[in-house]
Design a protein around this ligand. Structure first.
Ligand SMILES: C[S@@+](CC[C@H](N)C(=O)[O-])C[C@H]1O[C@@H](n2cnc3c(N)ncnc32)[C@H](O)[C@@H]1O
Length: 271
């Protein structure tokens, strides 16, 4: 987590017509309200801006404006492309959560981020509860979900996704009747920053590293009826759990850059 939770963020509008909506967004997520986004250049203490631009909430890193804004878009772009051409139930993430005929689990994505993995799972039919602790990230997700719900192609998928703004280490059991807990905490990055895509650089510099990620495993194992799935970069060790020091993944699914560590609590019932 480093000091990312102390980054200075404010909410702003690009068009004065949106000022009331921006005030509501700032209030909802307990963020400062700036007013006109053009004023941000004078606010040297600000690190990030959440700006409403053409009805889309986007996050800007103010000291690197060339990186552009990031937003959550389930309707177009990479996520939509993956939904159409990404391999459906044959994808590794589907295998990892144990999706099969007759078993479409309720998944708690306890490290929701920009909701990409959660959207893949929801597009495969799963009910997904998304937990995210950072207010600015939760605000982006909330905005992306609201727009997706209004869209005829992805509205049904978005309606299977429910956002909870909370830290899942302490509050995981706010989600009930969870079949699978999915975890993808931020891990220190090896790539030189130029190699990391621009939008990921904005996101990573906001979120920092989830240095308390190991603490997610015990509550996840306690909550999941069937299994816990942890996404890790291939060079990262499995999560380690202080209360269960010998806990090892039951199996792993290895991909090019990442792997899924799967901890089985109970076998998935036969269809
Ligand atoms: C690597 S990102 C997840 C990306 C996500 N899987 C996706 O597909 O967009 C990790 C996210 O988990 C959040 N996070 C980490 N620890 C958390 C916790 N204990 N409770 C809630 N959110 C957490 C971070 O704030 C960050 O947004």
């Amino acid at each position: 987590m480093i000091d990312s939770h102390h980054k200075n963020i404010a909410v702003a509008y690009c068009d004065a017509f949106d000022s009331d909506r921006c005030k509501l967004i700032a209030k909802k997520w307990h963020l400062n309200y700036l007013g006109d986004a053009a004023a941000a250049t004078k606010q040297t203490q600000l690190d990030f801006l959440l700006q409403l631009n053409n009805q889309i909430l986007e996050l800007l890193k103010l000291d690197e404006p060339k990186l552009g804004g990031i937003n959550v878009d389930f309707v177009e772009g990479a996520v939509a492309h993956r939904r159409k051409f990404g391999g459906g139930r044959g994808q590794d993430i589907a295998k990892a959560i144990g999706l099969k005929h007759g078993f479409t689990p309720h998944v708690l994505d306890a490290t929701a981020g920009l909701g990409r993995d959660a959207f893949v799972l929801a597009s495969l039919g799963c009910q997904v509860t998304l937990m995210e602790r950072m207010p600015a990230v939760a605000a982006l997700l909330d905005d992306g979900l609201a727009r997706a719900k209004l869209n005829s192609e992805v509205g049904d998928i978005a309606n299977r996704m429910k956002l909870v703004h909370a830290s899942s280490i302490e509050n995981m059991n706010l989600a009930q009747e969870v079949d699978v807990v999915y975890l993808d905490p931020m891990y220190p990055h090896r790539e030189k920053s130029a190699a990391v895509k621009k939008e990921m650089r904005v996101f990573q510099s906001l979120v920092g590293e989830d240095l308390d990620a190991d603490d997610l495993l015990a509550p996840a194992l306690a909550l999941a009826k069937y299994r816990v799935v942890v996404k890790r970069p291939s060079y990262a060790p499995p999560l380690s759990c202080a209360s269960l020091p010998n806990k090892k993944p039951s199996t792993s699914i290895t991909m090019k850059k990442n792997r899924f560590d799967v901890y089985v609590n109970q076998a998935i019932p036969k269809a």
